[in-house]
Ligand binder design. Structure first.
Ligand code: V47
Ligand code: SF4
Length: 399
């Protein structure tokens, strides 16, 4: 455990500048840091300093507890109207024959493949196309809930919601209410990218703005829903844009309390329009995660999404503010493998996830999407023949 005394050693470091000492004191006292102080941390604080403070907060909040869940993804299509420059996954409409477009029945077939598996969540997200409208998603969520009421539907982002509500001429408020009634349980954190228009217009032009992203989450929170938040970092943004993004999330969280988890997403540069932009170093990744933990004092959880960042970095991040590493995934997402992640076939059994967490001295806890504890694996002994797969193999449907 990093106790206050151990973290307090930072303050005894004679080489520490006065402003960094002041910030460390604030963090150790549980006082919120300002955007200017956040900017200073990005510019001047080294990995050791940030890691010590972030780990102090992590252990104060969660001890060694490290959460994961058993989930699978469904990506209804990889054809998309938009042309985000960081996206390796989407195919333009004119090349739609290179991609896939699932029907409602195709998607239900995938859901049914998991009938005998102990998964608790389906994460649905993909490209934006006109046939996937309010009616389609309402019918889909209703069908999933009818088939398996206890499966948590974590689906779509403000990118899709903004598009379908506008197309079908319903307000955000009416639209989110319809989704809730149809069976939507929570919203994942995607589509946030970088809120600041100076960057957003260059990398994600045409899709919902930062303000619209935040407004849709706000409305969802007002309806009693929970959601996650992300930030795509390490491309053409500057530190001030990262702080602007974190600050807007912190302000909305003060207002609604509806965010559960923040997930920094490292830009991966394979096969996209920004392939010439070098990826951030692992040291920069460590700093980014630690800074998120320090800055977002009103977020309960910081997640390292292992299919994107890789298993070994995810393990290391458990000492840099992270207390969640997402789930078994079951090779059901292509977003990161197509963008050059180390994880080309992202799937882990429960046993593998548990061992990954244990190997770095942390306590593996299986949670559901809303962080209710399903099982504490700290002292669990796996039987030789115990198969906690939580995943099945799926054929690639290519239409
Ligand atoms: O919005 C796309 C990102 C996001 C690349 O809420 C890329 O639990 C890096 O949000 N390099 C979608 N990132 C995924 C997402 C997510 C994933 C896991 C869990 C949760 C959650 C949310 O993926 C997109 C975009 O920011 N992305 N391409 C890329 N080349
Ligand atoms: Fe479409 Fe999403 Fe890719 Fe942008 S990131 S092109 S919205 S699939």
């Amino acid at each position: 455990m990093v106790t206050a005394r151990k973290a307090g050693h930072l303050l005894e470091d004679p080489s520490l500048s006065a402003p960094l000492r002041e910030i460390a004191e604030k963090v150790l006292n549980g006082t919120r840091i300002s955007p200017e102080e956040g900017q200073l941390l990005f510019e001047e604080a080294d990995m050791g300093y940030l890691g010590t403070l972030a780990n102090y907060i992590r252990e104060k909040r969660h001890g060694h507890r490290t959460y994961f869940n058993r989930n699978f993804h469904i990506e209804p299509t990889n054809v998309c109207l938009y042309t985000c420059t960081f996206c390796s996954y989407s195919r333009l409409i004119k090349k739609r024959d290179e991609g896939w477009e699932y029907s409602l029945e195709d998607i239900m077939d995938i859901v049914k493949k998991y009938d005998d598996e102990p998964v608790t969540e389906v994460h649905i997200v993909g490209g934006v196309l006109p046939q996937y409208d309010v009616k389609f998603y309402s019918e889909l969520f209703t069908a999933i809930k009818k088939h398996r009421p206890d499966l948590h539907v974590k689906a779509l982002t403000p990118v899709e919601y903004h598009y379908i509500f506008k197309k079908d001429k319903v307000s955000y408020e009416e639209g989110m209410k319809l989704m809730k009634e149809a069976g939507l349980d929570s919203m994942p954190g995607g589509g946030a990218e970088i809120f600041h228009p100076e960057i957003r217009d260059q990398i994600a032009g045409g899709k919902c703005s930062g303000e619209q992203w935040l407004r849709i989450h706000e409305i969802w929170h007002e309806l009693g829903g929970r959601s996650n938040a992300t930030m795509l970092y390490g491309h053409i943004e500057r530190y001030e844009h990262r702080i602007d993004h974190l600050e807007k999330l912190r302000q909305l969280q003060d207002k609604t309390g509806g965010f559960q988890t923040f997930i920094p997403l490292k830009f991966r540069n394979q096969d996209n329009q920004m392939s010439h932009v070098p990826e951030s170093t692992v040291v920069e990744d460590m700093r980014m995660y630690a800074l998120s933990r320090i800055y977002l004092d009103n977020f309960d959880h910081i997640k390292a999404y292992w299919p994107m960042i890789g298993r070994t970095t995810a393990q290391t991040l458990l000492s840099f503010g992270v207390n969640d590493i997402d789930g078994t995934i079951d090779d059901t997402t292509k977003i990161y493998s197509m963008a050059g992640s180390e994880e080309q076939t992202p799937a882990m059994s429960t046993r593998e996830l548990v061992n990954l967490i244990r190997a770095v001295g942390r306590q593996p806890i299986e949670r559901d999407t809303l962080y209710n504890i399903i099982q504490d694996y700290t002292d669990h002994v796996f039987e030789e023949d115990e198969v906690f797969k939580g995943y099945v193999s799926l054929p690639v449907v290519n239409k």
